[in-house]
Each structure stands twice: as structure tokens, then as C-alpha cells.
Write a protein of this length. Structure first.
Length: 137
């Protein structure tokens, strides 16, 4: 006497489905994480550019660059948990220059692009990589 086939899944079918999900997850999760890091890098670059615009407007109005950024200066997508923006000024000296540095923090600390630097000349650099690799992404 034969048993009628059961309408459920066999253990082999279930294991195949689990294996496919694991394989898709190992591909999708790193890609998603890299995408999120790229978004945070873009936020940091936007913050540097916004601070640079403020400095240029202040220099136009006062004839020299300020010695510090205002405390209330925040950028549109404040990523303060992932980057901090530091300001180095040589205002008052003969060269009257500044450098803005976006330093990685938190989940962004291990990012391959490192910290971002923006100078008074508009030159943008990534510390760990070339500007083309990280400023354009």
C-alpha cells in the first residue's frame, strides 16, 4: 500500500531555499553597506562645501577669512555621528588660508576613503585615496 504524497516541503527543498537566501544575503549586504557609506561620504563633502561657501562669503564681507567657524553652522544632512568638520586657519598671516577637514567617526571610521580635506583653493583630497576615487562618488 502506497502513501499519498504530502502537500508540504521536503527537508531537501527547504535546505535549498535557505542556501539560496544565504548566498543572496552575502552578496546584497556588503553592497548595501557600501552604498550607505557612499551616502555618508556625500553628506560630509556637502558639509565641507557649505562651510567653504560660508568662509568665502565672510572673507568677501570682511576682507579676510574668519579664524573659526560659527557654532551654529550645520549642513543640510548633518552627519555629525559619522563625520566632524574641523577648521584650520592661518588668517592674519601673509598667506591667509584655511583648511577644512571632515574626520570620520562611528560607523564611518573604517571607510576606505578616509578623512576628507578641502583647502582655500578648492582642492579636495581624500587622505587614504586619490580625490578622483572618493570625491566623485
Amino acid at each position: 500500500m502506497r502513501r499519498p504524497p504530502s502537500p508540504g516541503f521536503t527537508l531537501i527543498e527547504l535546505m535549498i531555499v535557505v542556501a539560496v537566501i544565504v548566498i543572496l544575503g552575502t552578496v546584497a549586504v556588503p553592497s548595501y553597506n557600501e552604498y550607505i557609506r557612499a551616502v555618508h561620504r556625500a553628506d560630509a563633502r556637502a558639509g565641507l562645501l557649505q562651510a567653504q561657501q560660508w568662509l568665502e562669503r565672510a572673507a568677501t564681507a570682511n576682507g579676510t577669512y574668519p579664524t573659526e567657524l560659527p557654532a551654529d553652522l550645520t549642513w543640510a544632512h548633518d552627519s555629525s555621528k559619522r563625520y566632524t568638520i574641523d577648521f584650520l586657519s592661518t588668517s592674519g598671516h601673509d598667506d591667509d588660508t584655511y583648511t577644512l577637514i571632515a574626520t570620520r567617526r562611528g560607523s564611518q571610521f573604517g571607510d576606505r576613503c578616509g578623512d576628507f580635506t578641502l583647502t582655500h583653493t578648492g582642492l579636495g583630497l581624500g587622505v587614504n585615496t586619490t580625490a578622483v576615487e572618493c570625491w566623485g562618488r
